[in-house]
Design a protein around this ligand. Sequence first.
Ligand SMILES: C[S@@+](CC[C@H](N)C(=O)[O-])C[C@H]1O[C@@H](n2cnc3c(N)ncnc32)[C@H](O)[C@@H]1O
Length: 194
Amino acid sequence: MMRRFVIVAHRVPADGDFSLNDLCGSGGRVDVLSRAVSASFLLSNSIRSDVEARLVINTEPRYPRLIRFDSSRLRFLNADERSTAALIRNALSRCTKDGEIESSPGVFVSRAGLVEALSDLENAILLEEGADEPDWRALKDATFVLSDDQNFTPKETERILGTVHQKAGLGERILHTDHCIAAVNHLLDKAEKG
Ligand SMILES: C[S@@+](CC[C@H](N)C(=O)[O-])C[C@H]1O[C@@H](n2cnc3c(N)ncnc32)[C@H](O)[C@@H]1O
């Protein structure tokens, strides 16, 4: 079974022009994406299989970018935010107009945005505080859509609601993006074990 996470980022520079010493400032909170990628894939001493994370970079501006991390080929993913930000920066700086390319093993980048990120999904679920908690055992090949540290814009919300099949919540409290992903992975692990 495949798990997917789509994370919408709002301020990460689309050309990857940021300093690895300044992930929160010039990186436009790329640290949030790094932690989200870590939470999607990393176990203590290995990488989860059958997981994909899609990072939608800048949905509103004219230069959207879509970065896909695919566990079946993923290498060089470490637990620190800086090295994951380096994978993201490398992907953004190598993006070309010639379709999707693999910027490093298991990391793919293209000039695409939220529409493309959501277009091929059969079971897309918007994670939203206060929404009903789903029956985790019933979720097969689900994709969870989350924002970074900012709210979805009205346009993003409209697009997402036009595509998602249901909403799911993890309680009333607003959690960090990576904490939501860790919770979903835990709940799905538990559900799959029976
Ligand atoms: C840090 S929150 C976004 C910022 C937040 N809307 C605010 O008011 O500052 C990041 C994302 O995590 C997800 N999220 C946060 N808390 C959640 C919860 N309790 N249940 C489900 N999803 C949650 C949502 O997808 C949200 O867009």
